[in-house]
Design a binder for this molecule. Structure first.
Ligand code: URA
Length: 185
């Protein structure tokens, strides 16, 4: 199936999804957005309040920082595909439950399979543990990990970088590692 069609089908299914109780408390589901031929798919944790009210991923404060980090390595948001592990906001931004992740993950797996990017960038601990396994972000960040048919790159979540200046510096240098790999330098 053509990638655009598959992504559109996933978008429709996510928008109507009632697999878990988050469907009852969300304003909008947030399927993801970006280039369907992207070299990078970026994966966050879950929508926050701004994403829930707009239906778009990473449009709040974390999103602004993410856009700046991308621009810092010569990429626009429109060059990449941005989504999260959960497509609906957990109440009061609590951490995703294992059951929610298990029910939601197939949507992300289909998005990644359709786009077939060079790298899947995991932003923070929830993305890393959901797709790779238990690995602390402070050990994993800045590294690539070869999955079965995919290469992951791990870094912090922008919300952590907004809170801790040291994390922001680490995240900026992780993005430079990613840039060098993208350019083959
Ligand atoms: N944080 C995330 O992990 N995802 C979003 O879409 C927004 C904030």
């Amino acid at each position: 199936m053509p990638v655009d069609l598959e992504l559109e089908r996933i978008r429709e299914q996510v928008t109507k999804c009632t697999l878990c109780p988050l469907s009852a408390t969300r304003t909008n589901a947030v399927p993801g957005e970006g280039a369907t031929n992207a070299e990078l798919v970026l994966v966050g944790e879950a929508p926050g309040v701004t994403e829930d009210s707009t239906g778009r991923p990473f449009v709040g404060k974390s999103g602004k920082l993410l856009s700046e980090l991308l621009e810092g390595i010569g990429l626009e948001r429109s060059n990449v595909y941005i989504t999260s592990i959960l497509k609906c906001r957990p109440p009061r931004n609590r951490a995703p439950l294992k059951s929610e992740v298990a029910l939601c993950l197939p949507y992300l797996e289909r998005q990644i399979k359709a786009i077939a990017p060079r790298f899947v960038v995991l932003l923070g601990g929830v993305a890393i543990s959901s797709l790779i396994g238990p690995w602390s972000v402070s050990d994993a960040h800045g590294r690539f990990y070869e999955g079965e048919s995919l290469t992951y790159f791990m870094t912090y979540h922008p919300a952590a970088a907004l809170r801790f200046p040291k994390t922001l510096e680490l995240m900026k240098s992780d993005f430079q590692v990613l840039r060098r790999e993208l350019l083959g330098a």
